[in-house]
Design a protein around this ligand. Structure first.
Ligand code: FMN
Length: 378
């Protein structure tokens, strides 16, 4: 019998970790009623384990400020009091709620007390921790150093597991119910707000979601959508509004197939390497060819291109900026028919091509090197 119970507990634990999103969990509200987190579908959630007698308790002020600033845009802060860290959340949930309302005038939902670590940990927290483990304290920060020292004294290997380390650990959950990030209690609230804005601001979100796509559905892009993308492009800034570029949008699939036949003859090994090979333009059904005057305009053309790729992304389209195929087109005599169809004036050159279509893959984000950025401050 005992073995069966242990087995069942293990199955339940695995099921919780295998949850698809935060909406799979139920929690108890302040009045002890079971509620599903499904009610927060489409919202951005900041989930925090709190305590009323902690050095970090004044963070309630910052949390309430964040809530009042972003609630209208869809932020919900879910507050789970927890007495597991220094027993700093004693008292009933009613007493805790009264305290928080009286002292910090909080307006975000506060739930029943839970445990976030150990055998009685709430399934929600088991899942949250499985999605984002402990990333360490910033020991260059005074408070981070203090926390690290305190916890290491108790357990030299405290940082080797994903347990919640202290009160006011936070998880940011996106509108799709997936964990975006985890913040230790010492994390700067400004950094949390930045991540929040990345998720809530549709322009920033669109920028962050764009990827180079190299696998597309067999479905040409509608003319109206291509026009919209190009319109967004030509509205990019240009030096003295010269708009030095010219743009050619290829909607003729036969033209793409014909020039790809030339490519196939010259580069059979490249064709073999891409097991999804459809054409030499990273398999996209449509192309936007950007041309610039032979003596300049690169900068303006670049801005035009990014506008178009972001516009495409916002319309559910994928893109890939292409330099390689341009070099092939310019260097191979047999591609002349393609170049002629573009009707590029003699004093212009084909600069780059944007492959565009309905994506058939969701590539991961490529890493970016933030160390290249330096802020020059007073
Ligand atoms: C000027 C330029 C030329 C590029 N040429 C090619 C290309 O010939 N083939 C290709 O597959 N990707 C090409 N790319 C896409 C880059 O590889 C891609 O932007 C980069 O790896 C970052 O990935 P991301 O766009 O998904 O963030 C090019 C990008 C730029 C800006």
């Amino acid at each position: 019998m005992k073995r069966l119970i242990v087995c069942l507990m293990a199955v339940v634990a695995v099921m919780n970790v295998a949850a698809q999103s935060v909406y799979d969990f139920k929690v108890k509200d302040e009045a002890g009623r079971e509620v599903s987190l499904e009610q927060y579908k489409g919202k951005v959630l900041l989930i925090v384990n709190t305590a009323t007698r902690c050095g970090f308790t004044p963070q309630y002020n910052e949390l309430e400020a964040l809530y009042s600033k972003y609630k209208a845009e869809g932020l919900e802060i879910l507050d789970f009091p927890c007495n597991q860290f220094g027993q700093q959340a004693p008292g009933s949930i009613e007493e805790i709620h009264q305290f928080c309302t009286a002292n910090f005038n909080i307006h975000f939902p506060q739930f029943d007390k839970i445990e976030v670590n150990g055998p009685n940990e709430h399934p929600l927290y088991k899942w949250l921790k499985s999605q984002k483990g402990f990333g360490g304290f910033d020991v260059n920060d005074q408070r981070g150093k203090m926390m690290d020292g305190m916890l290491r004294k108790k357990d030299a290997a405290y940082d080797k597991n994903s347990d919640i380390k202290w009160n006011f650990t936070k998880f940011l959950v996106g509108r799709d119910g997936q964990v975006i990030n985890r913040y230790e209690p010492t994390a700067n609230m400004g950094d949390i707000e930045s991540d929040l804005q990345m998720e809530m601001n549709p322009v920033l979100k669109n920028i962050m979601a764009r990827r180079s796509v190299r696998k597309y559905l067999d479905k040409p892009v509608e003319h109206s959508k291509l026009s919209l993308v190009v319109r967004a492009g030509i509205n990019a800034p240009s030096g003295m509004n010269r708009q030095p570029w010219i743009v050619r949008v290829v909607e003729d699939q036969q033209l793409i197939a014909d020039v790809t036949n030339v490519y196939k003859q010259v580069n059979p090994e490249m064709v073999k390497r891409d097991k999804n090979f459809k054409n030499m333009f990273r398999n996209a059904p449509n192309l936007i060819c950007v041309c610039t005057p032979v003596n300049g305009g690169d900068l303006d053309a670049g801005l035009l291109g990014e506008n178009m790729m972001l516009a495409a992304q916002s319309l559910g389209l994928g893109t890939c900026c292409l330099g390689g195929p341009v070099r092939f087109l310019l260097s191979n005599e047999k591609c002349k028919f393609f170049m002629e169809r573009l009707e590029i004036p003699a004093d212009y050159k084909l600069n780059y091509i944007i492959a565009i279509g309905y994506p058939d893959e969701q590539p991961d984000a490529k890493p970016r090197d933030a160390s290249k950025v330096k802020f020059i401050r007073p």
